[in-house]
Design a protein around this ligand. Sequence first.
Ligand SMILES: *Cc1c(COP(=O)(O)O)cnc(C)c1O
Length: 371
Amino acid sequence: MKPETIAIHAGNHVDETSKAVIQPIILSTTFERAADGTFPGGHIYSRSSNPNRALLENVIAKLEGGVEAAAFSSGNAAGMSVFQSLPPGTHIIAPDDMYHGLRNQLKNLFTGILTFDFIDVNDPETLQSYIRPETSIIWIETPSNPLLKLTDIKKVVAIAKARGIKVVCDNTFATPICQQPLALGADIVMHSTTKYFGGHSDLMGGALITKEKSDWWLKIRQVQEMGGAIPSPMDCYMLTRSIKTLPYRVRGHVHNAQLLAEYLEQHPKVEQVMYPGLTSHPQHAIAKEQMTAFGGMLSFTLKDGQDEARRVINGLKLFTKATSLGGVESLIEHRATVEGPDTKTPFNLLRVSVGLEHIDDLIEDMEQALR
Ligand SMILES: *Cc1c(COP(=O)(O)O)cnc(C)c1O
């Protein structure tokens, strides 16, 4: 089935007792045992599994083309579960522009437990040179945040596979509507479902999706269940509801982002626009190879530097100055400020999460702010 159909129908069935068309929210933390001691409903206790989470995990797994998904209380909790599933001493290779929250997690919570290098994973020679016998994970994130750099998934997978290394791909920016890393050879996909899956800036969540039910995956399931960083039934319900419109929303985000990128690119005050859908993007060829659409995120730099960036961001009326992404409303932020002192992000850069407002209104607002 196609994503639009999966998003609406996967796992959903009319509730047997109430005949409700949409699965009710099951808040009960515990489930009744039958006389023979078994659990006929398939659930025992809500930390281990819950009907709303099971439905959510099922639809997310199908959208990414995986065999199973595990839902978490945030994207960072999903990432944390990957790191916690690894034996002490494991070496991880991650991108030098990895999502800063996960980079900080590794540095602050896993120093002394795991070892890691943050490098340019898209350069084959650099990547090869950092691989050690104890390297077991190459982490990739494409397009990256906030520079919209791409990683050639197939190329990294080929290097990893030859050495028995697993590849985890943070697919938050692309969503499975634009890019399916498992089909390109990745082993596990990670999402912050806080972003496009949720789509309305009103819930936190994360997910991992696996290509196969390996021993490693079972360990991750243990971290989920025993660690307990699970989403509530209410959050699972809201996320499942949002996912039904994910394919259409993403299409709208992509449409607007492409047109806004093209508008900004020809503006005399703009230095550079970073969007994989532009032919000027240095990796546009890779984008066309591994993505079916180019996402809703873009960044741009201003010729007149940081002060001009601040002037523009403060002059906008429709774009809200806030971090995060993937919601229906357009957001803009001065990324270097968010990332803190060790940031490599240029100070004249603004990152935009292009929303679903009418593109004419977005461009008009940008026009007056740049004037
Ligand atoms: C937001 C984000 C995360 C972290 O997710 P949370 O839901 O905020 O914990 C990880 N990776 C990327 C690319 C993100 O944008």
